[in-house]
Write a protein that binds this ligand. Structure first.
Ligand code: ME8
Length: 505
């Protein structure tokens, strides 16, 4: 039985259109899922949309449609964006689905049975826009510090989850599972929250109706985070198929730093309360910034994935974010930077290797690719690169994995420049050099397939291999697999160079 690997993205709010920040997390999760599939593991990859809460209810009202209709319309935009970006999710969860209601009901009952849910009267200063309470000292001139609007005195009965009971158990979990939150800097951040002291949090509202009713008191609906986090259970079969659930759980979560506290503090405590094992890992990344500024929603919306795909292609888009933004810290996005990286890594380094090799094979070998030298130095380098890439993918560091992979492409180009097979007479020396270069292309097709799946498949097709690298899997990554005697096709540039804006030549 292969190992199971269940990987998730956050579920995105249907109040916003998909932008490159969302795409960053989703493409990363997709590439990681693809790597694990190629490693022969049994993979389940879940993404979806977060559809309840007041903001959705209000957007729907403004547009004169029901919340369900509104959620449907905007959720579809995420599905379309992920189709465009070649995302290979196995399931798409929507929190308005009946299976999710069942799961939320089940976890609520389990936490309540464990004595961790309590009804409390809550009184305080409330900002309706934030849907949150403030203390007197947090206000700015008596107004909400975010919306600069007057707050209201509110009194409400809410169900609370008794998070404060979980401080010690969470610290112990972190202690015994040092790999739980990655990278390490994010683990320290999460530990800081826990050590700073945990407050019980409200998990229900009576003021809204758009949500999952609290099973034992339907005058309340479950408030957003308790509802949203539970999607990860729903997507693995919790509440609908125990066997499925046991097979997939615990999950590997990918998320941005904005929601670290919910995933790394609230969520493991909720699971412990319900008698479920906490997630295997939470991999937390930083923000994409534009010009050093935190992108506002409007700036981000101006950079829709489809616009960049029009200029760089799907694989150009995927490669850029995987390679250019190391997973963990914040990173700057610029269009110029994207052009520069595309031209250097894809058009020049990889694209040139393929076009050079196919041109010289046509001229010197009658278009038939020779086999590699089993004792080639490039074979030794390949083994090292494979280990570096495998470790990096296993630790959700696609940029390091691709850097390693591209070092192999660089080495093959350097070898060709030194040997200059285009100046040689046809014969065994030319065959050896080109056979090695073809073998590098075959192996790069495998190692790069999680990032650029269709280009990797095209490389394999052009060098005469009849199968798809994603399907062949990593077993095929050892040196010496290119059989030789295959027809090599001289095609158009795989990644045409980009000049100015949107000008693919
Ligand atoms: O928070 N850079 O949904 P959301 C990088 N529904 N990643 C970014 C980003 C940026 N500038 N902006 C957004 C929610 N993201 C909840 C989640 S999960 C149980 C519920 C990515 O639509 C990043 O992954 O606001 C972040 O965590 C997520 O989008 C937030 O998406």
């Amino acid at each position: 039985m292969p190992d199971s690997y269940y990987v998730t993205t956050p579920i995105y709010y249907v109040t916003d259109a998909p932008h490159i920040g969302h795409a960053y997390t989703t493409v990363t999760a997709d590439a990681v899922a693809r790597w694990h599939r190629m490693a022969g593991e049994d993979v389940r990859f879940l993404t979806g949309t977060d559809e309840h809460g007041l903001k959705v209810q209000r957007s729907a009202e403004e547009h004169g449609v029901t919340p369900q209709e509104w959620a449907e319309r905007t959720s579809r935009r995420y599905e379309e964006a992920w189709e465009l970006l070649d995302i290979s999710n196995d399931d798409f969860i929507r929190t308005t689905e009946p299976r999710h209601h069942t799961a939320v009901t089940k976890i609520l009952e389990a936490c309540r049975a464990n004595g961790d849910i309590e009804l409390r009267r809550y009184e305080g200063l409330y900002c309706v826009s934030c849907e949150g309470y403030y203390t007197e000292s947090e206000l700015v001139e008596g107004n909400c510090p975010i919306h600069h609007r007057p707050v209201e005195h509110m009194e409400e009965e809410n169900y609370f989850f008794l998070l404060s009971r979980y401080e010690d158990r969470l610290l112990e979990w972190y202690e015994t599972h040092p790999e739980f939150v990655r990278p390490r800097s994010r683990r320290n951040e999460a530990l800081g929250f826990i050590r700073g002291g945990l407050q019980d949090f409200s998990i229900s509202r009576t003021s809204i109706t758009w949500g999952v009713p609290i099973p034992w008191d339907p005058s309340h609906v479950t408030y957003v985070w308790f509802d949203a986090l539970t999607n990860y259970l729903t997507g693995a079969g919790y509440g609908s198929d125990d066997e499925e659930f046991a097979h997939w759980w615990p999950a590997v979560h990918l998320l941005g730093k904005d929601i670290l506290r919910f995933h790394c503090v609230y969520w493991p405590a909720m699971l412990m309360s319900a008698g479920i094992e906490p997630p295997r890992n939470a991999y937390v990344h930083g923000f994409l910034l534009v010009g050093g500024e935190k992108m506002s929603k409007t700036t981000l919306n101006q950079i829709a994935p489809a616009d960049l795909v029009a200029d760089f292609g799907v694989d150009g888009f995927r490669y850029h974010f995987l390679r250019n933004q190391p997973f963990g810290p914040d990173g700057d996005f610029s269009y110029e930077g994207m052009v520069a990286r595309y031209n250097a890594d894809l058009a020049n380094n990889l694209g040139n290797l393929l076009s050079r090799v196919s041109t010289v094979v046509a001229r010197k070998c009658g278009g038939v690719g020779p086999a590699p030298d089993p004792g080639s130095e490039l074979g030794v380098l390949t083994a090292e690169v494979f280990d570096r890439a495998a470790n990096a993918w296993a630790d959700v560091q696609p940029s390091a994995a691709l850097e390693a992979t591209w070092s192999l492409i660089g080495a093959a180009n350097a070898m060709l420049e030194k040997a200059e097979p285009w100046k040689m007479e046809p014969g065994p020396e030319v065959d050896r050099v080109l056979g090695d270069a073809l073998e590098v292309l075959r192996i790069v097709g495998l190692l790069a397939a999680p990032a650029i799946p269709s280009s990797a498949a095209e490389i394999w097709r052009r060098i005469g291999l009849g199968s798809d690298p994603s399907a062949a899997g990593l077993e095929a990554a050892g040196w010496g697999g290119y059989p030789g005697g295959l027809e090599v096709e001289k095609g158009k540039p795989l990644f045409p160079r980009i000049g100015g804006r949107g000008n693919r030549s």
